[in-house]
Every structure is written in structure tokens, then in C-alpha cells.
Ligand binder design. Structure first.
Ligand SMILES: Nc1ncnc2c1ncn2[C@@H]1O[C@H](COP(=O)(O)OP(=O)(O)O)[C@@H](O)[C@H]1O
Ligand SMILES: [Mg+2]
Length: 254
């Protein structure tokens, strides 16, 4: 469904993606992981045509996306930072978004599901972070597209909302959708992901099932397996970063 070949992206001198090759062609959930600033959002935005690569090709459903936009109708997207017009009411925003697309939206059910009715008449600028994120989620899930890309969907959610989000994602997975998710919550990855793609220093450092990562590093805990993977990386490289430092950086990044 999504095929990425030799993708390079730099912002000025900052080489963020240095030749990424990736294919997502199976149904199920892929967790795209990596430290802060490793290029997860840049990769996602490249697939959506919101970041223009310096090199490489991306095809979605067999078609090169360069200069195209209609393919985006096949992808439901939850942006990491939803910049809503602060003065609009929640109901106005949803109406505006629905007016832009000709497809049927099932926002009503989602509003009930997240108990957002009391907020429909409130301005977006006055909402708490968690409530804004729920509005963001409603928009991402209200169309029934075959692919989903969710950039940090767990951000700001309380435990009840988190359980509801997982239920929603599981429903979409059961329909056979291809779903990409970034998150820094490892318990979420353990529970939800079928496989992991780990980005580090512009490359795919690991791709495979959670179990294969755990087996490789002989750790039953995902967080520890990832820590070991990163320690191995810094130990074998000659950049002078000590084990202690790399641990510290890891903890800070996730
Ligand atoms: N529009 C942009 N202009 C300049 N630099 C950017 C831009 N977007 C991202 N970057 C830089 O690219 C790197 C990767 O960012 P990002 O893809 O957001 O990482 P992640 O999502 O993994 O945290 C960071 O160093 C970030 O500062
Ligand atoms: Mg990001």
C-alpha cells in the first residue's frame, strides 16, 4: 500500500532522513519509534506530501505521490500538533472539515464515545489539551479510509480516554486497515503494535515484531530491549558517548 524508496530529507544542514526504504503492505499496526527528533513526523509528513523529500520515491496504492493529492483521501491522519483556529467552536470546526470532504462522516458516534457533547459550543482556544486531542481524534476517525497514520495519538489523554482510543484503533485494525502509529508510551506499543520500525540517526535501525526485538536483546520488557539496542549502538560507535550518557539520553527522549 505504501512503498518508500531511498528517502532523503534535510532541513538546511540537518540531515533527518538518510535513505529510508520501507514498505507497508499488510494489515495491522506498525509502531514507528525513535528518540525525539529522529524524524518520525518527517517520515509521516513525507508520506502525506506535507514534506517534500530531497531524494527518493514514495508510492501509495501503486501510484507515485509526487505532485498528487487525491491519494490522501485514502489515508486518515492524526497530526502530532493540531493547530485549530482558536476562535472556532468545536461544532463549527467539525462542520467546516466535513464541508471540505464529500464523504460520509460518523462524527456523531465519536462525539458520544468521547463524551464531547458539552464542549461542542466551546471555542477551541478554551479547551484543555486532552479535550483538544479528543477533537483531533474525532476528526481522524470520522472517515473510514483503508490507511491510518496517527502521530502521537496518546498525547494528553487521561486513562479513560486512552482505553477508548485503544478500542477505536482495535476496531479499525479488525477491519483490515494498515495503521502507522508513533507514541512514546511503551506499554501502548506492547499492547497494540504488531511490529516496530525504529528510526535512529536517519536510518531504520530495527524493523520486526516486538518478540523478535525482545529475543534479539534477551529482554522480556520492551523498554529494556530498546535501551539495550541503543546502548549497543553507542558502545560500538566511536562518538565518545558513555553508557551512562546514552542511558540518560534515552530516558529523556522517551
Ligand atoms: N519544518 C522544519 N524545519 C526545520 N527543521 C525541521 C522541520 N521539521 C522538523 N525539523 C527537524 O527535523 C528533525 C526531526 O524532526 P521530527 O520529524 O519532528 O522528529 P520526531 O517526530 O521523531 O520527534 C528535528 O531535528 C527537527 O527539529
Ligand atoms: Mg514527531
Amino acid at each position: 500500500m505504501i512503498n518508500i524508496q531511498h528517502l532523503h530529507k534535510a532541513f538546511g544542514k540537518n540531515q533527518v532522513l538518510k535513505g529510508i526504504d520501507l514498505t507497508f503492505d499488510k494489515p495491522g499496526i506498525t509502531a514507528v519509534l525513535g528518540p525525539n527528533g529522529s524524524g518520525k513526523t518527517t517520515l509521516i509528513k513525507s508520506i502525506l506530501g506535507m514534506v517534500i523529500p530531497n531524494q527518493g520515491d514514495i508510492t501509495v496504492m501503486g501510484e507515485n505521490i509526487k505532485g498528487k493529492w487525491i491519494y490522501r483521501d485514502q489515508i486518515d491522519y492524526l497530526p502530532q500538533i493540531a493547530r485549530f483556529p482558536e476562535n472556532l467552536k468545536v461544532s463549527e470546526l467539525l462542520r467546516m472539515v466535513k464541508d471540505l470532504r464529500s464523504r460520509d462522516a460518523n462524527d456523531k458516534k465519536l462525539i458520544e464515545f468521547f463524551e464531547l457533547e458539552p464542549f461542542l459550543d466551546k471555542r477551541l482556544g478554551n479547551l484543555s489539551g486532552g479535550t483538544r486531542q479528543k477533537v483531533n481524534i474525532v476528526q481522524a476517525f470520522m472517515y473510514d479510509s483503508p490507511m491510518m497514520i496517527l502521530d502521537e495519538p496518546t498525547a494528553g489523554l487521561d486513562p479513560v480516554a486512552m482505553i477508548r482510543l485503544k478500542e477505536l484503533i482495535n476496531n479499525e485494525r479488525a477491519k483490515g486497515k494498515t495503521i502507522l502509529i508513533t507514541t512514546h508510551i511503551m506499554s501502548f506499543v506492547e499492547e497494540m503494535a504488531d511490529e516496530i520500525v525504529f528510526l535512529l540517526e536517519g536510518h531504520i535501525h530495527f524493523r520486526g515484531s516486538l518478540q523478535s526485538l525482545k529475543n534479539q536483546y534477551q529482554e522480556s520488557n520492551l523498554e529494556r530491549a530498546i535501551a539495550k539496542m541503543l546502548e549497543g549502538k553507542t558502545n560500538s560507535s566511536s562518538n565518545g558517548v558513555s553508557k551512562e550518557n546514552s542511558k540518560f539520553q534515552f530516558e529523556k527522549s522517551f
